[in-house]
Design a protein around this ligand. Structure first.
Ligand SMILES: *Cc1c(COP(=O)(O)O)cnc(C)c1O
Length: 464
């Protein structure tokens, strides 16, 4: 083990040094990957030296998500305290299903869930769990909504047509999860959005009433705190009224920006969160823990037990159910995703988490201001989001993003809303400062200036 840790130290030490000079790893086209690095698996072992060489090569070629060149998608940066927790979780290799197998780590998870529930204002009937990703916490919410709507479905399967409502710009896991739940993609209803990409509650009310009149069973509304493209926040209060009236489960998907709950300045963006049935947050997005750290909290923990607990006498042999977290989990064996968030939170305090969140909004303000004040740019996104959507000199967004990637300059993605396609800069790496954001634009502008010839063929990249 000691040799492996020494090797880890050597490789990561060299990587950190290299990242300072080369924030973007040299792009390897996928068609050349297997010819560039020897990934093949063979019968005979490698010598220690050969092994070190190929592992290092692979690590150095990997996309660098913690540097000032990565603005691609909803995560980034490297928080040292969180990394420490993650490394310790790997060393300890506890499985989070029982107190017997995870001991104090169960307390770590419980204290995180309890503190978040308290921040929402929920009482001791609330609880939650961690699952491998925001798609999976959304899945859990839909399963609870389904089981809440029909007592029969757990034993006897689907009895009637159920309907789920979500905005047309919500995450793609919603329709996907509808298939997993037996609800079906065709029974996902898309709520129209306003000009800023937020659901229109009045339209939802009409849709629900019409579906009931047609004999359907509406079971759930999914709202988004930070939509994937524009970063918008759906209004919770008016939707909660509709859900109460028709006994619908209300979930808020805060995978991207639910962490505003840690900020006094921005928590108003999820005003009414105490009214919902479940709420999910990814600490691996705004809070910068390593992937993945996905939390779901539920107002009434009976719903968690109802949908997820199974008796298993070979497993649950000791201690109170409240410390055997397998009883509220989607999984059996479960990695310890809580520790990295706890080491971060414990070290910086709740006020430190607040600073992380506020800093990202401040970086976004800097970026928006730059785009607004520069006539070569067109802005497509709105205030109070950490997504800055823009086009530069009318060049198709996918041409700029693809070429920046292929030339190993910057990693940034594009998105679309209504008819527009645009570059989407995400200011989610809290290790960046304002100058890093301005440098992003400088790099982009210089790249376009230096590669005018490349952009003459930009039509090739237009959406089809
Ligand atoms: C990222 C994201 C998800 C999915 O989370 P994963 O952890 O990637 O599975 C769900 N909803 C929204 C709004 C997201 O931004």
């Amino acid at each position: 083990m000691k040799n492996a840790l020494d090797l880890f130290q050597r490789i990561t030490h060299d990587l950190l040094n290299d990242e300072k000079v080369n924030p973007v790893a040299k792009h390897i086209p996928s068609s050349e990957l297997f010819d560039t690095i020897d990934l093949s698996l063979k019968k005979d072992p490698l010598s220690e030296a050969e092994f070190e060489k190929v592992v290092k090569e692979l690590v150095f070629a990997a996309p660098r998500t913690a540097t000032k060149g990565f603005f691609n998608q909803l995560f980034g940066g490297r928080n040292d305290k969180a990394i420490l927790g993650e490394l310790l979780a790997v060393m300890l290799n506890n499985s989070m299903y029982t107190y017997k197998a995870a001991g104090g780590m169960i307390g770590v998870e419980k204290v995180i869930l309890r503190t978040i529930c308290n921040m929402i204002g929920w009482d001791e009937n609330s609880d939650g769990t961690l699952a491998p990703g925001g798609s999976m916490t959304n899945f859990m919410s839909m399963l609870m909504a389904r089981d809440h709507a029909s007592a029969k479905v757990i034993q006897e399967g689907m009895q009637q047509r159920m309907l789920v409502y979500t905005s047309k710009v919500s995450h793609y896991s919603i329709p996907k999860n509808a298939t997993f739940c037996g609800i079906g993609r065709k029974n996902v209803r898309y709520i129209p959005t306003d000009s800023e990409g937020r659901v229109v509650a009045a339209q939802l009310a009409q849709m629900v009433e019409q579906d009931i009149a047609n004999g359907g069973l509406p079971v759930m509304v999914n709202l988004t705190a930070g939509t994937t493209v524009l970063g918008s926040f759906d209004p919770i209060r008016p939707v909660s009224d509709i859900c109460k009236k028709h006994n619908l489960w209300l979930h808020v998907d805060g995978a991207y920006c639910g962490s505003v709950i840690f900020s006094k300045k921005y928590t108003h963006l999820i005003d009414g969160i105490e009214l919902v049935d479940s709420f999910s947050v990814n600490a691996h997005k705004m809070l910068g823990t390593p992937l993945s750290c996905s939390i779901i909290v539920v107002k009434d923990k009976k719903q968690l037990y109802n949908s997820f607990s199974n008796d298993a006498s070979y497993l649950y042999q000791t201690d109170h159910d409240g410390f055997n977290l397998g009883k509220t989990s989607l999984q059996c064996g479960r990695r310890n995703d809580a520790l990295k968030f706890w080491t971060l939170w414990k070290s910086v305090g709740t006020s430190g988490l607040e600073k992380i969140v506020d800093h990202q909004f401040a970086l976004a303000d800097t970026a928006r201001e730059y785009v607004r004040n520069n006539k070569d740019y067109t802005l497509y996104s709105y205030d109070d989001t950490i997504a800055i959507c823009f086009n530069y000199k009318g060049i198709p967004a996918r041409a700029i993003c693809t070429l920046l990637y292929e030339q190993s300059e910057l990693l940034v993605g594009y998105g679309s809303f209504n008819e527009d396609e645009f570059i989407r800069l995400i200011t989610i790496n809290a290790q960046n400062d304002h100058q890093d954001i301005l440098n992003f634009f400088k790099t982009l502008e210089q790249f376009v200036a230096d590669n005018a010839a490349l952009f003459e063929g930009a039509d090739l990249y237009k959406s089809t």
